[in-house]
Write a protein that binds this ligand. Structure first.
Ligand SMILES: C[S@@+](CC[C@H](N)C(=O)[O-])C[C@H]1O[C@@H](n2cnc3c(N)ncnc32)[C@H](O)[C@@H]1O
Length: 362
């Protein structure tokens, strides 16, 4: 209610309050928006629209065997969010710029990531209140290690590895080009999961071979990727624990969405292991979301930074922070190369003159 000239509230009918600002509205209703979008993706609404063109809610409900009232409400919210549009006859369509993210056949499809947000991250967010009131260390004390929880059963493992593939495979083509890799013989993808970066690199560099070093739980998915892309012996798996073990040797060691899972001291330990494992002159690649220098944008990084706090022990960083970690671990020629997507590259080199134990590096 607006104050009158004496500073006391005026009658409600005189001055209408301003509408809720759009950014606040987005923050208040984001929970419902994510759920609505994920349900629509999971039940094939966007696939149906792509295959059959503009359709009314009743047509979609009949074709997909869904409840019309519920589907109508989901679509009304998605229309309000401008994720879909509708014509005067109530026929829904997806604007071209959103289509690739909602089309299961497109490499940018977000379905797996949305499912991970709704089925895993949403539960973990309940933990934020304990972090907020008791501090992260005390709140986490009784919890299992993050990857023990993620790999607790086959369904959760599959869901996580699907989400990682969808987040990482498509952008990896661009990251390979940004990294160069023309003179690399043996890429070691540390925490390479089901192989999104290693596979993208092998597809683009025919003489390269790659080893994914990761926990044993990802072995089946990596084997499937190798078969699907017919990579044969060029794609190998080295099971291990990067907290306990030294890393396999190579002339390029990659860390995709790894350092954002861990605090600075663990990142430094991993980067120092990479420095020891690298051939002189070899490359280290850190591929991550980056905060802008203002420390709060882009939105996706700020949102995932909060999710990382609930789900892992890590955080997102600026490019300058990653450059600082690389230099402290001994790397030189450090540089930042930005992709057109959400995952960027920060790289460094082990100097040519570094002392190293005898033996072949690749
Ligand atoms: C966020 S995912 C990143 C996957 C992939 N590199 C990408 O960019 O999409 C983190 C990866 O680190 C692996 N990981 C976690 N703890 C590990 C450990 N102690 N030793 C080896 N790998 C580990 C996980 O299994 C998972 O594949």
């Amino acid at each position: 209610m607006a104050p009158n000239t004496r500073g006391t509230p005026g009658p409600a009918t005189e001055v209408a309050g301003p509408a809720m600002p759009r950014p606040l509205e987005g923050a208040v209703y984001g929970l419902l928006a994510t759920r609505a979008l994920e349900l629509a993706v999971r039940h094939g609404v966007f696939r149906e629209l792509a295959e059959h063109g503009p359709s009314r809610d009743g047509e979609l409900a009949t074709a997909l065997g869904l409840d019309r009232d519920t589907l109508g409400r989901l679509l009304t919210l998605l229309r309000s969010l401008e994720v879909v549009t509708a014509d005067a006859e109530g026929r829904y369509t997806v604007p071209p710029h959103s289509r690739p993210y909602l089309d299961g056949a497109d490499p940018r499809f977000l379905g797996g990531f949305l499912r991970h947000l709704v089925e895993s991250t949403a539960d973990q967010l309940a933990h934020l209140e304990a972090c907020l009131t008791r501090g992260k260390a005390a709140a986490d004390a009784a919890l299992p290690e993050p990857f023990a929880r993620i790999y607790r059963d086959e369904e959760s493992t599959d869901r996580f590895l699907d989400a990682m593939w969808q987040l990482s495979f498509d952008v990896s083509g661009e990251l390979v080009e940004l990294a160069g890799l023309d003179r690399v013989h043996h890429l070691v993808d540390v925490g390479g999961a089901g192989g999104p970066f290693a596979v993208a690199a092998l597809l683009r560099r025919p003489v390269l071979r790659a080893t994914v070093f990761d926990l044993p739980q990802v072995a089946g998915r990596l084997r499937q990727a190798g078969l699907r892309f017919r990579l044969g012996a060029r794609l190998a798996f080295a099971p291990g624990d990067f907290h306990q073990d030294e890393l396999p040797r190579g002339d390029c060691l990659a860390f995709g969405y790894i350092l954002s899972d861990w605090p600075d001291e663990v990142c430094l330990e991993l980067l120092r292991k990479a420095h020891r494992a690298l051939a002189p002159g070899g490359l280290v690649l850190v591929m991550e979301r980056l905060f802008d220098e203002d420390g709060y944008r882009p939105l996706a990084t700020a949102a995932m930074n909060l999710a990382m706090h609930a789900e892992t022990q890590g955080r997102h960083r600026t490019a300058a922070e990653y450059l600082g970690l690389l230099r402290r671990a001994g790397f030189t020629d450090c540089a930042v190369r930005r992709s057109g997507r959400e995952k960027h590259l920060v790289l460094g080199r082990r100097s040519e003159s570094a002392l190293h134990p005898p033996g072949r590096w690749w």
